[in-house]
Design a binder for this molecule. Structure first.
Ligand SMILES: [Zn+2]
Length: 456
């Protein structure tokens, strides 16, 4: 790939990354990562690239790079760093992927995981075509590199972060945080660990490289814990309810003012572009999204075209005061070039129930998809969700506030556990608090030092 091609790839990917995940609005943090990013880019092997550094509005702990100089941190990873040096190490690692021209591969199973189809499910590959374009940005979170490239980037990360004056051994410490996250259920594995050269190895290698660098270049290397913690004071932590949240099997969207129930025991995944739901066995799924079109009829036409549907039924309905169209269709198999047309059976044909609902100036689409052979058993689930779509007026749900990281001064010497208790943190969140602070419950913390708590 030529430099021009790399830059073009970055420029093309950037809008879909922003559209699918959103940018985190915090000027102070944005200034910080741009300044540090540009300073490091300048001493890198390819200082001439048009670098850009952005913070993605996602609770997932991750950082990733796109060719051409685009580097992204999530607000989740920013909340989990405990000093500038940890940040600088990851920054160097990501810039390293760009300067060493590493080409990323997409991990098929994990890509499915981002579509709302959830990782670990067996799915008809055909179901994956839903929302494919919208997914492109999300896929960036799931890119992976070869083991050799990850090791090379670790080395470059040590060099770059040391060169700009940071203690690179802190980067190794951050691997400990990532290891704890990936050990916890329910969090997807960040891509900086996804090809996992053994975390222990990686920790030791980075430590050794950092020490070797510092021995060869004696100087004072910065960690900058307090200034970093003060800078992230108040950062949103975890899901932001204004982007939608699930409670007691109901999905609420406070900004868009709607709600609908979710089938019992189904898994869900929310992103700014769509809300995905899937049965545990993965055989049925629903996608809630915004349809393109200004009228119900044009939205129906666009949907049929985009998803390549053959419509079996088309009915008009009123759903809790909102005009709607309900389509029952089958996905038409696309003839692949050079391949013979495959025989379709009820077990391989994807059948879709689509509700297009006009509400508050937008047209929403709820697609329920499964294979034709089990469509009638799944249809009641689809219908119950779609036809209980209604306006949200409950102020308790509308005004739900996100949790944030707050930085406090430790009141007296003690263990991490006692300190959290003294600062009013519930015992059941000790592991989580230990994770964001990179501490264990018996670690000793000193009076007057800074520490993170979670609050509203
Ligand atoms: Zn990497």
């Amino acid at each position: 790939m030529s430099t021009e091609q790399e830059i073009a790839l970055g420029q093309q990917s950037h809008p879909s990354i922003v559209a699918s995940m959103g940018l985190y609005d915090d000027q102070k943090l944005q200034r910080f990562i741009s300044e540090k990013g540009m300073a490091m880019a300048k001493i890198s092997h390819r200082p001439e690239l048009p670098y850009q550094f952005n913070i993605i509005d996602s609770p997932v702990v991750n950082a990733f790079a796109v060719p051409g100089g685009y580097v992204y941190f999530t607000r989740g990873i920013m909340a989990h760093f405990n000093n500038e040096a940890e940040f600088a190490g990851v920054l160097g690692h990501e810039i390293g992927h760009i300067t060493a021209r590493h080409s990323a591969r997409q991990q098929t199973s994990q890509i499915l995981g981002t579509v709302g189809l959830m990782a670990g499910m067996i799915l008809s590959p055909k179901l994956a075509q839903f929302g494919e374009q919208a997914m492109q940005g999300l896929q960036m979170l799931m890119l992976s590199y070869s083991r050799a490239h990850e090791s090379e980037s670790d080395k470059i990360g040590v060099d770059y972060s040391s060169k700009v004056g940071y203690d690179a051994s802190q980067m190794a410490n951050f691997f400990g945080t990532i290891k704890r996250i990936s050990d916890n259920a329910g969090q997807s594995i960040p891509n900086i660990m996804s090809t996992h050269p053994d975390p222990g190895d990686r920790f030791n290698n980075v430590h050794q490289m950092a020490q070797a660098y510092q021995a060869a270049n004696p100087a004072t290397y910065a960690v900058n814990r307090d200034s970093y913690l003060q800078m992230i004071n108040g950062i949103i932590y975890g899901e932001d309810p204004k982007q939608g949240f699930v409670e007691n099997n109901v999905f609420y969207h406070p900004e868009l003012r709607f709600q609908f129930p979710i089938p019992v025991d189904w898994q869900t995944q929310n992103s700014p572009i769509q809300f995905g739901m899937a049965s545990k066995d993965g055989k049925a799924q629903m996608i809630f999204t915004v349809a393109s079109g200004s009228t119900l009829d044009s939205a129906a036409q666009n949907t049929v075209k985009q998803l390549n549907l053959k419509v079996l039924e088309n009915t008009r309905k009123n759903i809790n005061g909102n005009p709607a169209i309900v389509l029952i269709s089958q996905v038409q198999q696309q003839q692949q070039q050079g391949k013979p047309q495959q025989q379709q059976t009820a077990a391989t044909t994807v059948q879709v129930a689509t509700w297009l609902i006009q509400y508050n100036g937008l047209i929403y689409a709820i697609h329920g998809a499964t294979t034709a052979d089990i469509f009638t058993t799944q249809f009641p689930n689809f219908k119950n969700t779609a036809e209980n779509f209604r306006s949200l007026n409950d102020p308790d749900k509308i005004n739900r506030k996100p949790e944030r990281i707050f930085v406090k001064t430790v009141p007296r010497d003690g263990t991490f556990k006692d300190t959290m208790s003294a600062l009013g943190m519930p015992a059941k969140r000790l592991e989580e608090l230990g994770l964001v602070n990179s501490m264990k419950s018996d670690d000793v913390v000193k009076r007057g030092s800074l520490i993170k708590v979670i609050g509203k």
